[in-house]
Each structure stands twice: as C-alpha cells, then as structure tokens.
Design a protein around this ligand. Structure first.
Ligand SMILES: CC(=O)N[C@H]1[C@@H](OP(=O)(O)OP(=O)(O)OC[C@H]2O[C@@H](n3ccc(=O)[nH]c3=O)[C@H](O)[C@@H]2O)O[C@H](CO)[C@@H](O)[C@@H]1O
Length: 366
C-alpha cells in the first residue's frame, strides 16, 4: 500500500494527516507513506520528526482583494501541479489524502486528474477555501461535523470526525506527567494559543500570574507558541514572578500525552484541538481567534459551549481578571467541572481514524 499525505500551514491541518499515517502504519506495518508539504509551513519540521519522508512544493494562498500576488499564486499553483504530478508518478501512489491548507490544492488536484483515488478531510464546521475548491475533483470528503455536509456534494461526503481524536484517546497520561517532570497529584491546567500561540492569551495570562500563583493545588502548563517564547521569557524575568506552580514551554511535541493528564484547558478554538479535548472529555475555556475566515473559531467554540462542554471568552472581553474569574468558576466548583467533563466527552469521536481508514480501503477497492 502506497499513500501520499498532504496538508499544512498550521498544526490543525498537519496533525490529522499524521494521525491518519499512524492508523495506516498500525494496520499495515508495510505501508509506504510520502508527505508532500510546503517548505515554509510547520509541516517541514513536524513531518520529518515523525519519520515520514517529506517532499515540498512552493505554494501561497489567495489574497481576498485584487492584487498582483494572486497572479503569482496562480503561477505557483500550476507549477505545484506539475511537480506534484511527477512526485505522484514516481512514488506510484495508490491513494492521495489531503487534510487542508493551501498546499493540498495542487497535490490533490494533480492526483484526481491522474485518476488516483483521493480523499480530503475537513476539520472545521465551515470548510476552508482549498477543500471547497477540491470538492469537485476528489473521490471522497470526510468531515468532522454533520453541519459541514451542506457545503459539499452529498454523494461524496462521509461524517468521520477528526482522526486526532483517536490518537489522543490512546495516549498515556503517566508519560504526559513525567515528560513535564510533574510529581504528586496537583491538577494540571493547560494554557495554549492553538499551534502557533496567541499574543492576546499570552498578555492576559502573564498579567494573571500573581493571582494564579495562589492556587497551590493547581499546576499551570503554559505554552507560549514558538515565535512568542523569547519575548514571554523576558517579560516573566522582568516581572520577578516566583512561578512556583507554572511551567513555560514554547511548544509541546507530545501534546496527546499532556492532554491525557489535563483537567482544564484554556485555548483558542481551532478544530483539531477541539476534537482532541472532546475525545478525552476535557473542560475548556475557549478564546476564539477573531482573525480567521468567517469567524469560524467562534462557531467551533459556541458549539461546545451550547452543549455545556466549554465556557467562551471573546478576545475583546479578555483581561487578566476575566480570565482568573473564568478559571476559578470552573476549578473551584467540582460539580460544574464534572458536568463539563461529561458534556465534552459526549461530543468526542474517538473512532474517527478507524472510519477514515475504512473509507480509504473502500476507495482503493473501487
Ligand atoms: C489561525 C488559524 O487559521 N487557525 C486554524 C488552524 O488552527 P491551529 O493550527 O492552531 O489548529 P488547532 O488549534 O485546531 O490544532 C492545533 C494542533 O496542534 C497541536 N499542538 C499545538 C500546540 C503545541 O504546543 N503542540 C501541539 O502538538 C494540537 O494538539 C493540535 O493537534 O487550523 C484549525 C484546523 O483546521 C482551524 O480550526 C483554525 O482556525
């Protein structure tokens, strides 16, 4: 079995592809996988770490306004299709799977035009531009939410959930705690701003530290995002905080294990993260990014909130005080924490990777 995976830009598109790779490897130890991504995306670093061969194409996204950049984007797309075609041929792919982000466009399009079975996965309720474009050409469209089906040709859609949900459901919490050098039984609260960090969350959290330090039964694991790490470290040093119950990281590579031992998460509302926290039943305080297409993160967040699984704090209302109040209203009210856990768990789809695997099998039998 020879499979090409593609997807990228941010973690929310890359990890679902890596979770599919994991599922394929578990079921077919002899499977050959090639990942095609962009040299400038996070995938160029994450994919080689997981031991999957990586090839890159050059690509950029469309600007919403008319600009010369869009002419260059079309040129790069066509160049990307040519390069993808030759990579697909020389690898002799049996199927090509895309998990969103601009880079999927030329790769999946080239495969579909060559008559190779193709599947795309959509993580969000409202689909991204690339998946909308590819819908016409691909063989199958796996979606995470029933609500996305309306945006795609009905005969191609199958509701599977997000394959990362399966990966985190199998993660070992003990390894999570030991990787953070955490001993004892303190509850772990994770603070993170999606896969790249979020300045607004960083600023509010840093200002909240003097109040949060008093919560001795809680350990805060604070992930700044790689690009913000140095600046955050400097701010913390200057503030002279003791940081007894707070550990700071630029990025966490074993996130499934850390999530498996997390009691509460404060986060943006990216779809892959939400699939992970519902799979494990983790209560959340969600601060959706207001800078995304169609405000889709708020829609993701409201969906959890509507089911009692999350509290939503809009970025415009985010301050150190509002954050501390939200945290205290959850961690200090065990009954609410418990109800949120149950509500989150009900929304989880831990069988997602198995369902996608079945779809890949069906495609290859056709
Ligand atoms: C700004 C933007 O466009 N964000 C989009 C992007 O978010 P983003 O890339 O932030 O994606 P998510 O928040 O959905 O997922 C982040 C992924 O990175 C992993 N992780 C994160 C931090 C870390 O330190 N270690 C780690 O492993 C998480 O476990 C998760 O698997 O893709 C999502 C899924 O399409 C969209 O819903 C988001 O709106």
């Amino acid at each position: 079995m020879r499979i090409i995976l593609t997807g990228g830009g941010t973690g929310g598109h890359i990890y679902p592809a890596l979770a599919i790779a994991k599922e394929l490897r578990e079921r077919h130890p002899d499977v050959e996988i090639l990942y095609i991504g962009s040299e400038t995306g996070l995938e160029a670093r994450l994919v080689p770490k997981s031991g999957i061969p990586f090839e890159s194409i050059e690509i950029s996204g469309f600007r919403r306004s008319l600009s010369f950049e869009n002419v260059k984007t079309v040129y790069r797309f066509l160049k990307g299709v040519r390069r993808s075609r030759s990579l697909i041929r020389s690898f002799s792919a049996d199927a090509v799977i895309g998990t969103g982000g601009y880079v999927c466009g030329p790769v999946v399009y080239a495969a579909a035009k060559q008559g190779i079975p193709t599947l795309i996965h959509e993580q969000n309720v409202i689909p991204g531009l690339t998946n909308k474009f590819l819908a016409k050409y691909v063989s199958r469209i796996a979606v995470s939410f029933t609500g996305s089906a309306q945006y795609f040709p009905t005969d191609k859609v199958v509701v599977t959930g997000n394959p990362r949900a399966t990966e985190v459901a199998k993660a070992d919490p003990t390894r999570g705690r030991s990787s953070l050098a955490l001993s004892g039984s303190k509850r772990l609260v994770l603070v993170v701003g999606g896969s790249r960090g979020a300045r607004a969350i960083n600023e509010a959290f840093i200002e909240a530290i003097p109040q949060l330090e008093k919560q001795r039964n809680t350990h805060f694991v604070y992930v700044t995002g790689e690009v913000h790490y140095e600046q955050v470290k400097q701010m913390l040093e200057q503030s002279g905080q003791t940081m007894g119950n707070i550990s700071v990281f630029p990025y966490i590579y074993n996130m499934p294990e850390v999530l498996a031992t997390t009691e509460l998460i404060i986060n943006r509302a990216g779809a892959s993260f939400l699939a992970e926290i519902t799979s494990l039943g983790i209560p959340s305080i969600l601060i959706p990014s207001p800078y995304v297409t169609n405000n889709h993160q708020e829609k993701n967040a409201r969906w959890l909130e509507g089911h009692g699984a999350a509290a939503v704090l809009l970025e415009r209302d985010l301050t150190a005080n509002s954050l501390v109040t939200e945290i205290e209203q959850i961690v200090h009210v065990p009954q609410r924490l418990q109800l949120m856990k149950q509500a989150a768990k009900k929304l989880g789809e831990p069988q997602a990777a198995d369902k996608i695997y079945e779809e890949i099998q069906k495609l290859m039998r056709r």
